[in-house]
Design a binder for this molecule. Sequence first.
Ligand code: ADP
Length: 389
Amino acid sequence: MQDYLEHYVCEESREEFARKTQYEVVLHEIRRQPIYSVVYRRNYMGKQQYFQVSFTSAGGMKNSDFIMGFKNVNDIVLSEREKNEKLTEALAAAEYTNHAKPQFLNNMSHDIRTPMNAIICFISLAASHIDNQEKVKEYLRKIGTSSEHLLPLINDVLDMSRIESGKVKIDEKPLHLPDLLHDIRTIIQPTITSKQLDFLIDTVDVSDEDVYADKLRLTQVLLNILGNGVKFNKTGGLVSLRVRQEKKAPKGCARYHFVIRDTGIGISKEFQEHIFESFSRAESATVSGIQGTGLGLAITKKIVDMMGGTITLKSEEGIGTEFDVCLTFRLTGERRVYQKVESLQGLRVLVGHLPEHLLYADGDRNALGVDGFRQRGGDPRQARHGNGR
Ligand code: ADP
């Protein structure tokens, strides 16, 4: 046995193996139970594998003879281990949920109660000053503001619980990407204007514009991230959305990166770790009184997961943030042939150049981007600081 121990049993198992297979120990055990087994690791055909040595009594007067057998139990041990790891993960997730749930309810009831109390208070104030038109107007305005805070919170909570209960399904329909970008621009523009920000959309290497996608959910994802880019920005800042198509994608599909950048307050490295958790809000956001639920990015991440995509971010405090949503869509196979626009023929256009941003404007539908401009006969060139013609 000593020889076997030294030559075959792996170092990490040696001490235990030697202790558990001592003659006296084995005798003691086989008198107590029909089979006594020890699992250990040994070197087997150039690899380390789990083996089991089993002992059973060979009968006899003193019960001191035994039979010994070896068995390769590597697959069994590894699969048990995997099962255990999964169980441990599930347990950790359940514990986290148990802990997060009261926190979730606590936050939610606090966030709902504050504007709700304000609404009740201003209604009673308005009622007691019903003849004073100015005051009533002021109270109604305040009721309006509180309701505006309440509605996104309720929407987010409902959305989250619908997603978590599996009620939200991704509904893929033909989608023309420029239409999506155009709609996004229309929706976000008022908040951009009111905050005096610059907003840019462009496309890079987008050769496929028609895909199957869930427009509603994709819009929700992009608006959530863009909305934060606006919210956590300073007056005069920049928010941009760039759509880039990857050269490689599975057959019949196209893979896109939706890259949203802002020049806002940025996100600390520590908070980046928690940014996709429900109700997580950086201290900078809560202290500065910026409204929010801390649910937007948790919902966004869940939707991106459901679409089979990924979401990553890079951020530097005081400089800005960049989110990259990578999604793969099936192509519809449709290829639009654009009518050449007479007035664009041969026209070179340039709108500006910022680091890593090629900017352009082609009037109303600038969501088409450089590629769309080219397809319509234009000649987009990059130039620095407005040197283009
Ligand atoms: P909400 O915006 O409603 O608070 P989110 O889940 O969308 O919730 O965002 C969570 C938190 O992440 C925000 O409160 C903020 O602290 C931080 N955050 C998200 N996006 C940005 C951004 N672009 N710039 C700075 N901070 C951000």
